[in-house]
Design a protein around this ligand. Structure first.
Ligand SMILES: [Zn+2]
Ligand SMILES: [Zn+2]
Length: 231
């Protein structure tokens, strides 16, 4: 019955690429080929920000708990439409290519790394119907993390805030429930990483529960531009 309904919906609304609108899979090959990698030698080895090698990196100077962050693509063009397609339009199929793009990052961290999805506040999760980071993590199919991260209070959108305001906005917003992490290597996964303020706050909490190495991984890396429209 469910399959029949899905087929009827496909006939009424044939699936299209979220980026260019071409009929077919939710991300077409052409748009997938246009994704801009957010990695390379011109970037800070710790946070992935583009940098002048002769100067210290401003992107991760404020990080205390977070060892590093990496993202698959720049938050531009198709990547932006993919992130928005999953998060705001609920196109869950997109979690598949997003998880695929995250695989090399996960492999670099090592199989022993426990990955936590960055949580939404329960109220936002209820209104959206899902947490996009959990959906992506589910597609990755890595072994379950030993406990769970929870968001204890709703926070204002980080959009339009500078790095310092972002840190203040998420301070004390998370807690960890589960066994002591005993020096374990862990990672937090989000759809987008910008200044890393949210990941840093999660890392602080995980370290307080014994985590050793803490990394952040994300599908897309956005440049912090206070005043821009929501991602
Ligand atoms: Zn396309
Ligand atoms: Zn850096």
């Amino acid at each position: 019955m469910k399959a029949l309904l899905a087929r009827a919906l496909d006939l009424l609304y044939p699936p299209r690429c979220v980026s260019c609108g071409a009929f077919g899979p939710s991300l077409c090959d052409g748009c997938a080929a246009r994704l801009a990698p957010a990695r390379g030698p011109d970037r800070c080895g710790r946070c992935g920000a583009r940098r002048d090698p002769s100067a210290a990196c401003g992107g991760c100077a404020g990080w205390v708990a977070l060892d590093g962050a990496s993202a698959a693509f720049e938050m531009e063009g198709p990547a932006r439409r993919i992130v928005h397609g999953l998060k705001y339009r609920g196109v869950r199929d997109l979690a598949e290519p997003m998880a695929e793009a995250l695989w090399p990052l996960v492999r670099e961290l090592g199989a022993e790394t426990a990955i936590f999805a960055i949580p939404l506040h329960w109220r936002r999760r209820r209104s959206r119907g899902f947490n996009q980071s959990e959906v992506i993590l589910g597609r990755l199919g890595t072994r379950p993390a030993p406990g769970r991260l929870e968001r204890t209070r709703a926070t204002a959108s980080q959009v339009g805030l500078d790095a310092r305001a972002r840190r203040r906005n998420v301070a004390g917003a998370f807690r960890y429930r589960g066994p002591a992490l005993d020096g374990a290597a862990v990672a937090v996964l989000d759809d987008v990483v910008t200044t890393g303020a949210t990941a840093e706050e999660c890392a602080r909490v995980l370290r307080a529960h014994g985590a050793g190495r803490v990394h952040a991984i994300a599908y897309a890396r956005a440049v912090n531009a206070p005043g821009q429209r929501p991602d």
